[in-house]
Design a protein around this ligand. Structure first.
Ligand SMILES: Nc1nc2c(c(=O)[nH]1)N[C@H]1C(S)=C(S)[C@@H](COP(=O)(O)O)O[C@H]1N2
Ligand SMILES: [Mo]
Length: 527
């Protein structure tokens, strides 16, 4: 009877065995690839190992060969590349399956080696960050794991179906092998294809972004005075590089918007609704303004704040074209992903407020994660009520008729930025040597400006810090105070006073509902 059961499900032999093992290798490769694509969908499409290896091969291909392929296949050259690459991967994956069966663990080592090559391709891309390691490393680990599990099951099935052995059950070992490999394979193919198509979409948008040529501003931002950046280590730069700029949004997947298909509509309580294409927006006389953006969720001392030079068209001028009704008091801006922000109409129409429909950030088109192709930037208001990224709609309305995404989720209807200051150096818990030390940080009160910053040590008297230059009241300012540090444990505190003369409150408040307050306090050890 036992013998009979094992004949019900004989393991493959000879060539069939190798084909089965090769299929196991392929399933492992597909599983690894799927995981890498899923991870890349979160980390950034360009971190996909498949994409990076493809780009690498394109870069390494000699021009004559490229020309020859293009002459043969025309614009299908990329497809040819991916088909060739695919065949190489299939061959290697199959070999890994067979190797793992006959010479364990060389199959796993082969998959690891493929992963390592992909890792080199990914990390040598121009804008690679350490996060880019994740998709390839996760994919390789999963690939190795699936390979080992699949080939192990195949081996158990082989043993169970050997007549000389006491078979556990040929049928159940076969079921175990088939269920695992077919199950993993099917899930991986579906998930991988979905993730790949998402990644391909955002790669297409990234290349659309790369081909955007921003016009020169009609009104350029004031030159950044050298004295605005003290260039001390640990101190936030006066202008935040795009790659370091904080990112806050509800988007699980960064919206991929083709700028050629983008439109902004302005409607609601207006005399004349308006629709604008990206080309029409770029053709308007654009202005550049340096503005510090801050998130309401920023804790005291936190880093959800950054300063950039934005290129765009004043919201005020765009709204004027639509002639808002006198009874309107709010503009609801909407993103393609459904996010909305409710901004006071009077702030947006104020002649002295440089609120922008922005297309550029520090000299380049908006990065995808910062709202490409178009976002809003309003000095003086927290991002959640003003800085809509991936902007597509402005509705002129009233606060008693509409509300933004975060209102009713525990956040205030209006979000003016609170006066704030932060100690960047020394860091909390730092250990420094006794003697002179430049305590430094940033302070901000967008659209009002900072008049003074004071520091105190161990609850001693407040001491005036020196303020660095700034281009306007719409940005943060660096400050520095020279400390003659003596050994021991010390507590440093900072507070700022805005240009209206009001000093930051010591009352500690959490970010919700309208922004954190309290003095940033840092404990350090001097030795
Ligand atoms: N579409 C969209 N825009 C958005 C958000 C969002 O979740 N979705 N978050 C807002 C918030 S809370 C902040 S603080 C700023 C942050 O902009 P940044 O990510 O470019 O720094 O974007 C704002 N614009
Ligand atoms: Mo925010």
């Amino acid at each position: 009877m036992l013998w009979l059961m094992s004949t019900v499900a004989p393991a493959p032999r000879g060539r069939a065995l190798y084909v089965t093992a090769a299929a196991g290798g392929l399933i492992a490769a597909v599983a690894g690839w799927a995981v890498s694509e899923i991870a890349a969908a979160f980390v950034g499409a360009a971190s996909s190992p498949l994409f990076a290896v493809g780009s690498w091969v394109i870069d390494l291909t000699p021009p004559w060969f490229k020309d020859w392929v293009i002459s043969l296949f025309g614009t299908g050259d990329k497809i040819v590349l991916f088909v060739c690459l695919g065949l190489v991967v299939v061959a290697l994956a199959g070999a890994a399956g067979i190797l793992e069966l006959v010479r364990r663990p060389f199959g796993a080592i082969l998959i690891g080696a493929i992963g390592l090559i992909a890792l080199v391709a990914v990390m040598t891309r121009a804008d690679a960050t350490y996060w880019w390691l994740l998709p390839t490393v996760a994919g390789t680990l999963v690939g190795v794991y699936v390979l080992v599990m699949t080939i192990d099951r195949l081996r158990v099935w082989m043993r169970a179906s050997q007549p000389s052995r006491l078979p556990g059950s040929g049928a159940s070992t076969r079921r175990s092998f088939l269920a695992f490999s077919i199950g993993v394979g099917a899930v991986a193919v579906v998930a991988g294809v979905i993730a790949r198509s998402i990644n391909a979409g955002s790669v297409a948008i990234a290349s659309a972004r790369a081909s955007v040529r921003l016009p020169a501003p009609v009104k350029p931002a004031p030159a950044i005075p050298p004295g605005s950046d003290l260039r001390l280590s640990g101190l936030a730069a006066y202008v935040t590089p795009n790659s370091d700029f904080y990112r806050i949004d509800t988007a699980l997947q960064i919206p991929a918007i083709d700028p050629d298909a983008w439109k902004l509509t302005i409607s609601g309580m207006v005399g004349e609704p308006l629709t604008l294409t990206f080309a029409q927006l770029l053709a308007l006389p654009l202005e550049e303004h340096t503005i510090t953006l801050a998130c309401v969720s920023n804790e005291v001392g936190g880093d959800l704040v950054g300063n950039a030079t934005w290129l765009g068209y004043p919201v005020r001028k765009l709204l004027a074209k639509t002639r808002p009704k006198a009874s309107a008091d709010m503009v609801l801006s909407r993103s393609v992903d459904g996010f909305t922000a409710g901004t006071p109409l009077d702030v947006l129409t104020d002649i002295g407020t440089d609120a922008l429909i922005a297309v550029g950030m520090n000299g380049s088109p908006l990065p995808l994660e910062h709202g490409f192709p178009v976002r809003m930037v309003v000095p003086g208001l927290y991002g959640y009520v003003s800085a809509t990224k991936w902007l597509t709609e402005l509705t002129v309305t009233r606060f008693d008729r509409a509300q933004g995404y975060w209102t009713d989720k525990g956040w205030s209807v209006k979000g003016p930025i609170k006066t704030a200051s932060r100690i960047d150096r020394p860091r909390e818990g730092a250990s420094i040597t006794a003697g002179r030390y430049a305590v430094a940080g940033v302070a901000w009160d967008q659209h009002t400006g900072i008049r003074s910053v004071e520091v105190r040590v161990d609850n001693g008297p407040w001491q005036h810090a020196r303020l660095a230059d700034t281009v306007s009241v719409d940005t943060w300012r660096q400050w520095v105070w020279e400390w003659h540090a003596v050994s021991g444990k010390h507590t440093l505190q900072v507070r700022a006073t805005n240009s209206d003369g009001s000093t930051q409150t010591s009352v500690v408040a959490p970010p919700a509902p309208n922004g954190a307050s309290g003095w940033h306090t840092v404990d350090v050890e001097v030795r």
